[in-house]
Ligand binder design. Structure first.
Ligand code: ATP
Ligand code: LTN
Length: 336
């Protein structure tokens, strides 16, 4: 990473809990490449977050590597940014412990992701699922990040990270930069194709509910054709038309056409034509990502050199903040 003094720092993470969806791509990943010229960017595949729900170990290992390759395919440039695996950098867990001891139980119990995930994974409501947002705050605060690009679903966690930083600074003196969210105007919350009031999620059991960024064109077209809409057959941005609004938002993100332009383009035409157009636009958006992904996956040594070199740099940066925190809370300096 060519760190320059006057550039601000960005941190963001993504869980290796499955192949990213079109929602992850439009809400977050597409922006990761675009931000690299303006900011010092630090990106992480957050495997420690992923184990807050049950994971098959072999599958987690494979998905972590696949996701790293996919992020490169989405435009993360290792010449400009760091891209590392969270568990390779010990300070994340170390800072998380200290922040655990400085965050109140009541605050964590208000997190909507915890409420949702403890309902969908009722057989495994573990302590890590509850303290997940503290690990996320540690990720961000260790790098003194000025801004964090995320989808709208992570806004509450980011507010908590800001709150943790401010309280810590208040109690112990200036320690952390308070991060700002960067949430895209369109695509920030792509909804499920089957239940358009629910967000599109890569861990959905119904594969027709999401588009994976690695789905082949035939599957993409089929999933859009089956997308749930309504019975009035007019392509219009109107309250209650959640399915159509979702498809219009996706088409807007994929083509740059405004909602007025989309309404005009499909005036007097049925949903069938519209769904085909959305599918084709998404196929085009994902084509270059898929082509590059195949190349990166063929080159495992290159992949490992990127995440290893990035982790070494991340260890150096994160330890600076960690030791500052150790000192502030009263830990004796290690002399060896
Ligand atoms: P899971 O389904 O396993 O909980 P997820 O897809 O919700 O995973 P992450 O992999 O951690 O969550 O998300 C990575 C990024 O994608 C985050 O910035 C998140 O805000 C964004 N994101 C997730 N879902 C959507 C969505 N439906 N629309 C837009 N952005 C999204
Ligand atoms: N919780 C995030 C993933 C994540 C993250 C982060 C995002 C973990 N650590 C730090 C931004 C910054 C999610 O999207 N589910």
């Amino acid at each position: 990473m060519e760190e320059t003094q006057n550039k601000k720092t960005i941190f963001s993470g993504i869980q290796p809990s499955g192949i990213p969806t079109l929602g992850n791509y439009l809400g977050a990943l597409r922006g990761w490449g675009e931000l690299q010229n303006e900011y010092n960017c630090i990106y992480s595949v957050v495997d420690m977050h992923a184990i807050t729900v049950k994971q098959d170990p072999a599958q987690l290992r494979r998905r972590t590597l696949e996701l790293t390759a996919l992020l490169l395919a989405c435009g993360v440039d290792p010449e400009k940014s760091l891209l590392f695996i969270q568990s390779h950098v010990p300070a994340h867990a170390q800072l998380a412990w200290i922040l655990n001891c400085n965050t109140q139980f009541g605050v964590l119990s208000r997190m909507t992701q915890f409420k949702d995930k403890s309902a969908t994974h009722a057989d495994n409501v573990n302590a890590g699922l509850f303290t997940y947002p503290i690990l996320m705050a540690s990720d961000i605060l260790l790098y003194q990040a000025d801004a964090v690009p995320v989808g709208a679903d992570q806004k509450q966690h980011l507010e908590l990270a800001r709150d943790i930083a401010q309280r810590f600074n208040g109690a112990y003196g200036d320690t952390f930069t308070v991060p700002e969210p960067i949430i895209p105007k369109v695509g920030a919350r792509v909804m499920s194709l089957q239940e358009p009031t629910k967000k599109m999620s890569k861990s959905d059991e119904n594969i027709n509910a999401f588009i994976s960024v690695l789905d082949r064109p035939d599957d993409i077209m089929r999933k859009f054709k089956r997308a749930v809409t309504d019975s009035d057959a007019v392509v219009a941005y109107k309250e209650g038309k959640d399915g159509i609004i979702n498809l219009m938002s996706i088409y807007n993100s994929a083509t740059g056409k405004s909602f007025e332009q989309i309404e005009a383009e499909f005036k007097g035409r049925g949903y069938g034509d519209f769904k085909t157009a959305v599918g084709e636009a998404v196929v085009e958006v994902l084509k270059p990502v898929q082509a590059k992904y195949d190349d990166f996956m063929k080159n495992k040594d290159y992949l490992s050199s990127i995440y290893s070199e990035s982790a070494k740099k991340a260890i150096a940066i994160s330890n600076r903040t960690l030791y500052k925190v150790y000192k502030k809370v009263g830990f004796v300096k290690r002399e060896f």
